[in-house]
Design a protein around this ligand. Structure first.
Ligand code: ADP
Ligand code: MG
Length: 672
């Protein structure tokens, strides 16, 4: 009966598209949240929920830093404190300079008022809550930038330690600047927000609605940012900073942006939090807060916007509602059975222990959190795979624009690279003519990959020059080299493992797009046109590999076959619309059929006018593709010429096969 009724109700729901269902769910949720304080009129509970909402906003901010950009920040509460003290100082009676007429304009704007407590006239700051929210965001973001600029060059553990220090310093400063912050006793008499002449006072309901509004705003901002050029850059940095840099992302700039936006979220929350409590003490912002926020993000799902909101609300309610409740039950039980131990228990004291247990549990059983950020597309079913096998390998190059002839000449002169005592490249000269294909071969360790690294700015050169289309490349950062029109792949495939095929290739387009954070959030017409055009051109590139990648654009690349990952990497490099493509052993690990197919595709790209520099071991590939072959051995160029000349070059054979083998081959040639 019940199930029949449920089926009857759910049938029309299930027939809706996923988007419609989402929208409906969101609407129902919003309605429930809006009505909650009206229906459930218990001030203490509403207060707990309002607090939980403020932690949700903090978790959303930390998620931008840790979840999106992958920067482990252990001192995030510092920005929360900065926003809190900013509002506290400018609304309480702590700092009261002497009045002079210079303050009159501010008084006119309602930011200060003249006060007299018996002595000379004083200034009382009366910053409005509504003005404080956005300005605190700006102030905190500015602190984020100042703090981030010197430290964000650090990675991983080092960054964690430095941020930990910053998180400790801010409360200490607050404790010691007595005159401004009233030290350990904290600020008192912080103004409650006023709306239409009414003060919020100590009633929890208006705070609940403001908190709800903040969470909604930050969810909106986070989602818009995540699905934009900015979000893709952050995630690329998180996944592989070097590869992101080589694909045109300026890591310092985007890390700073993440830090600033995260700090801005925290600053706004600080204002909300102390306006609600009407007091601010240094203890409210210590390391425990930062660590609790991290647990919230991990529990909800790093990088998952809705996940971290759920994580924050759950943990906060656990602390303020569930644990006290259970403690009460245990006390009752203790009295019933006469156990002093149970009566003495206070689970709230054990909060940190529960956090630890939750963290370990998540690491063991649900690494990606309650609501994982990457929704994994299901693998292709049999029919789709079959379709690929039978139709695979078709070229769809017609939609890729051709390259201008005469572009892409690369001139390498006298380039030397040393690693300590090791000379990896010794005064190398290579000339790649525009529209040509030059292959670099040589035994392992001969300096081929180092050559690519020095061209793309990943390792510095000791001497020489690399001129591309009339501009010197040496001394440029990797993202600047890419912007000049040089794109590469890596010998040991460096994709962004947890991003989808489409996202990976879209990152390659980064340097050719303009949208910043503001345009991405507002979805300006320019931004929308740009994104749509980018997606179309990227899909066209992906179609270059026939059915290999197109059916898989929604799949996370870490699950792809080796050959497909190589293809994604080539598509990603091409997405930047380079004038020269550097391929580092593109067919390594491919079977003969796949090798042949890829060689054909590279050949077609060449046919369309793209200049190519390729490192390759398979001689048949080299012979079919290259006009010129350069041979390196121990960092020295030992030969250069047409493929068939190189095949019979004595020095080359020695380098590859050793002296005895060379003699045998020469002998065989002579006899034949
Ligand atoms: P290939 O690609 O021809 O196999 P590489 O260019 O990778 O060779 O390496 C050339 C030499 O430089 C090797 O001896 C390698 O160990 C050394 N090398 C490469 N990169 C570095 C580095 N970052 N630091 C120190 N030595 C390096
Ligand atoms: Mg190599």
């Amino acid at each position: 009966m019940v199930s029949a009724a449920l089926a009857y109700v759910s049938r029309p729901l299930l027939s809706l598209t996923l988007e419609r269902r989402r929208a409906l769910g969101l609407f129902a949720l919003s309605l429930a949240l809006l009505l909650f304080p009206l229906v459930y009129d218990d001030d203490a509970t509403i207060d707990s929920v309002a607090n939980a909402l403020s932690y949700a906003t903090l978790a959303l901010g930390l998620n931008v830093v840790v979840g999106f950009a992958g920067l482990l920040d252990l001192g995030y509460a510092a920005f929360f404190a900065i926003g809190a003290y900013y509002y506290g100082i400018f609304t309480s009676f702590q700092v009261m300079p002497a009045w002079s007429e210079a303050w009159a304009p501010l008084a006119f704007l309602g930011l200060v008022e003249k006060m007299n407590q018996g002595g000379p006239d004083l200034v009382h700051f009366t910053l409005s809550f509504w003005l404080a929210l956005p300005t605190a965001a700006i102030v905190s973001a500015a602190f984020g930038v100042c703090f981030g600029a010197p430290t964000l060059r650090l990675r991983g553990d080092y960054l964690a330690i430095v941020t930990l220090g910053f998180g400790e310093i801010v409360p200490i400063v607050a404790r010691n600047m007595d005159g401004v912050t009233n030290g350990a006793a904290g600020l008192n008499g912080i103004q409650a927000p006023r709306l239409f002449g009414h003060s919020f006072g100590v009633d929890s309901t208006p705070y609940y609605y403001v908190g709800l509004g903040l969470v909604a705003l930050l969810i909106f901002l986070s989602s818009r940012l995540r699905d934009s050029r900015v979000g893709r850059a952050w995630m690329a940095i998180r996944e592989d900073e070097t590869a992101a840099n080589a694909m045109g992302v300026n890591p310092v700039r985007f890390k700073l942006l993440a830090f600033a936006i995260g700090a801005a979220f925290a600053g706004m929350t600080g204002v909300f939090f102390v306006a609600k409590l009407q007091t601010a003490t240094p203890e409210m912002f210590n390391f425990n807060v930062s660590s609790m926020l991290l647990v919230m993000v991990v529990l909800g799902g790093m990088g998952s916007v809705w996940g971290v909101v759920v994580g924050a609300v759950l943990l906060q309610l656990m602390q303020t509602w569930f644990l006290p409740q259970v403690t009460g039950w245990l006390h009752d039980l203790g009295e019933l059975v006469g156990s002093q131990f149970l009566v003495g228990i206070d689970l709230v004291q054990w909060t940190q222990l529960f956090f630890g247990i939750i963290l370990i549990g998540m690491m063991l059983y649900r690494r990606n959190g309650l609501i994982p950020a990457t929704r994994k597309a299901p693998p292709l079913n049999f029919a789709a795979q079959h379709a690929e096998v039978t139709r695979g390998g078709f070229l769809h190059l017609d939609r890729i624009p051709r390259w201008e002839p005469g572009e892409g000449a690369l001139d390498i002169r006298g380039v030397s690279v040393r690693f300590g005592g090791l000379v990896a490249l010794d005064s190398i000269d290579i000339n790649v003519p525009a529209g040509g294909v030059v292959a670099v071969i040589g035994p392992n360790g001969s300096g081929k990959s180092t050559l690519f690294n020095v061209i793309t700015g990943l390792v510095p050169a000791h001497s020489g020059s690399i001129v591309f289309r009339g501009h010197e490349l040496l001394g440029l950062a990797p993202h600047e080299v890419l912007t000049r029109g040089v794109a590469r792949t890596f010998q040991n495939i460096r994709l962004f493992p947890n991003l989808t095929v489409l996202e990976n290739v879209m990152v390659g387009r980064h340097a050719r797009l303009r949208s910043g954070a503001v345009a991405s959030v507002l979805h300006t017409p320019g931004n929308r046109t740009e994104e749509r055009a980018a997606e179309t051109s990227v899909l066209d590139l992906i179609a270059m590999f026939g059915n290999r990648l197109t059916p898989r654009i929604g799949q996370v690349v870490s699950g792809l076959s080796y050959a497909n990952r190589r293809r994604v990497e080539i598509a990603r490099a091409l997405a930047s619309r380079p004038q020269i493509l550097l391929l580092d052993e593109p067919t390594a690990g491919m079977n003969p059929a796949e090798t042949l197919e890829l060689a054909e595709q590279i050949k077609s790209l060449h046919g369309m006018g793209l200049t190519i520099l390729i490192i390759e071991h398979k001689l048949d590939v080299v012979t079919t593709l290259a006009d010129t072959v350069v041979v390196l051995d121990h960092g020295v160029k030992i030969a250069e010429g047409r493929p068939e000349e190189i095949r019979r070059n004595e020095q080359v054979l020695t380098a590859y096969l050793g002296r005895a083998a060379r003699a045998a081959i020469m002998e065989a040639d002579r006899v034949a």
